[in-house]
Design a protein around this ligand. Structure first.
Ligand code: ADP
Length: 147
């Protein structure tokens, strides 16, 4: 890491739109409300901290997200559908929101993931997702390697 690079990246946050650093929707691991959480699916899901949830037969219609820490007390033998688990709100923002604004939003603690949509609140579906880690990686100019 280099301090000068980081300071430059801080000053760029205001003018950089989230669309430039988001994870495109085609790369996002999602679950359907009807998916049955058996052992195989729980194993896959716990590779992520947050998983967007979509409605049946409509990948683009994201209805919320599962915080996988909620699975700590879940028994895969129960094989329950995703819709029976506590589903959190997935906030939505537009592609032109600045990285500084989304960082401020994440800092408020309501969520550390947001859906990026062309038409937030509309029917357009998501373009991608953005998380606190995406913004921090942008700040340090390097990838944060997961433990
Ligand atoms: P995690 O804790 O699951 O590793 P982070 O919030 O630390 O997630 O984000 C790490 C990277 O993975 C970011 O680029 C983020 O956009 C991406 N990411 C987060 N959740 C998902 C998901 N469900 N599917 C695909 N990529 C994701």
């Amino acid at each position: 890491l280099d301090e000068v690079t980081i300071i430059g990246a801080v000053l760029d946050l205001r003018s950089k739109p989230v669309s430039q650093i988001m994870t495109p929707i085609s790369d996002v691991f999602t679950l359907c409300t009807e998916d049955i959480l058996d052992e195989t699916l729980v194993d896959k899901a716990t590779g992520y901290s947050r998983i967007p949830i979509h409605a049946p037969n409509d990948n683009g219609n994201l209805v919320g997200m599962l915080l996988t820490k909620r699975l700590i007390t879940y028994d895969p033998e129960d094989a329950r559908p995703v819709k029976e688990l506590p589903i959190s709100t997935l906030p939505e923002t537009g592609p032109d929101t600045s990285c500084l604004d989304i960082l401020n939003y994440f800092q408020e603690g309501k969520s550390h993931m947001a859906l990026v949509s062309a038409d937030p609140g509309g029917e357009s579906g998501g373009l991608g997702i953005i998380t606190l880690e995406d913004v921090i990686e942008e700040l340090i100019g390097e990838e944060i390697i997961d433990e």
